[in-house]
Design a protein around this ligand. Structure first.
Ligand SMILES: Cc1ncc(COP(=O)(O)O)c(C=O)c1O
Length: 414
């Protein structure tokens, strides 16, 4: 019997692209049960930025499990949560002058988005949401409804009070005028209460917004009393270089959604960072059973101490990003016939080959070369590089060479 084919739902997806039975993993490699080793340019869809089984956190987790300390605690007080809160304040919020409190939510990114939308709606009294084409915020009803591309929007019933603006690479006066007009115009009789934006889009295709546009979003929303949610679930926690992908712009969000790599070890965990003066929740108004993952609090604090006490990782990631972009540009020049496009920052980069079948073939050929790399974007035409931030430079070069051979093979076959 093939357990997966007979017993698992048809909805399974990544396993169809990478049909190996994975067994062990370390850093930037995964090994299957036959002992075949793969380089991982997918990193758990961004949840494994600090690598598989990072020894800094594994030893800590084992110690925690053996100690008899709490694993599950809802939102009661624990020493692990205290340490996590103090560490995020000291290493992340204070250095960035962010006067924010932490809301722990159930362990998925979508739950953080739900909580952020609910709070914003309550604060402004306005229901309508403005998002962006290519935005992806999760698969719960509301998060999928405001995910302007992607399967979620195709398959779910839609909230009607939502409007998506175009992605903006280089801002023009017309973009700002459209933004302002959209924010001033009610949707189905509902005034706009909140803008939700991934400052660098992940699933939408490794696309960074022009920082000047992010600044315009803040300026106009502030004038109109509209709140800004930054969805940093995929691009945050260092993926593009800085801890938050909006750093360097004036976006100054009211709420920041964080999940995926925040635990450091790939454990389920999600939080919202909420501007202190907007934290008007009533006790228990938003709940969730799995808000108190003490193992994740402990590994997260260790991650922030290990990697966010100075700017070493940030600089390394920016350097890796330059390496990746240069390699992707070379692939575009060699095999793209002027049609390919390179995008992204840090280790959230993409090669848009503008052809769904071609992108799928590249991912398939990469897997044959033992490289795990996914596709994304509207039409799935973008090959997305999401390697762990802690990847060794030699492994990064090796993976990029495997990718170049895969692009060459796939383009030659067409
Ligand atoms: C930007 C962004 N927001 C939200 C989500 C949803 O997170 P989750 O799958 O944990 O619900 C994702 C997942 O890919 C994401 O990339």
């Amino acid at each position: 019997m093939n357990a997966f084919e007979e017993l698992e739902s048809n909805v399974r997806y990544y396993c169809r692209r990478w049909p190996a039975v994975f067994a062990t993993a370390s850093g930037s490699t995964i090994t299957d049960e036959d002992g075949v080793e793969y380089l991982d340019f997918f990193a758990g869809a961004g949840a494994l930025s600090y690598g598989h089984n990072n020894p800094l956190f594994v030893d800590l987790a084992i110690e925690h499990l053996r100690s008899g300390r709490l694993l599950h605690s809802l939102d009661t007080f624990t020493a692990e949560k205290r340490d996590f809160l103090e560490t995020i304040e000291r290493n992340i919020l204070a250095p960035r002058q962010l006067d924010m409190v932490v809301q722990t939510v159930g362990p998925t990114g979508a739950t953080a988005v739900e909580a952020a939308l609910q709070l914003a709606q309550r604060l402004t009294g306005h229901r309508a949401v403005v998002g962006f084409e290519g935005g992806y915020h999760g698969m719960s009803y509301r998060a999928a409804s405001i995910s302007a591309s992607m399967a979620g929007r195709e398959t779910s019933a839609h909230l009607k009070d939502f409007v998506a603006l175009p992605y903006v690479k280089h801002v023009t006066d017309a973009d700002v005028a459209l933004l302002e007009q959209t924010l001033r115009t009610p949707v189905n009789g509902q005034a706009i209460g909140v803008v939700i934006i991934e400052p660098t889009q992940g699933e939408g295709g490794a696309r960074a917004f022009d920082p000047a546009y992010l600044s315009a979003v803040r300026r106009i929303t502030r004038e109109l009393g509209i709140l800004v949610i930054a969805d940093e679930i995929q691009a945050g926690v260092g993926r593009t270089g800085p801890f938050f992908s909006f750093e360097g712009s004036q976006l100054d969000p009211d709420i920041i959604c964080v999940s995926k790599s925040i635990s450091g070890l790939g454990l389920p965990m999600a939080i919202n960072l909420v501007r202190r003066d907007l934290d008007t929740w009533n006790p228990g108004e938003f709940t969730g059973t799995f808000r108190g993952n003490n193992l994740a609090f402990a590994t997260s604090a260790a991650m922030m101490n290990a990697y966010w006490s100075d700017s070493t990782l940030e600089k390394d990631t920016e350097q890796h990003g330059l390496t990746v972009r240069a390699a992707l540009e070379a692939m575009a020049d060699a095999f793209g016939a002027g049609r390919f496009d390179v995008r992204g920052n840090g280790l959230l980069c993409g090669l848009d080959v503008r052809d769904t079948e071609l992108a799928a073939a590249i991912s398939r050929h990469a897997f044959e070369r033992r490289l795990i790399v996914e596709t994304c974007g509207a039409g799935d035409t973008i090959v997305k590089i999401l390697a762990p931030l802690v990847i060794e430079p030699g492994q990064l070069d090796d993976g990029l060479n495997r990718l170049a051979s895969s692009v060459e093979q796939a383009t030659a076959a067409r």
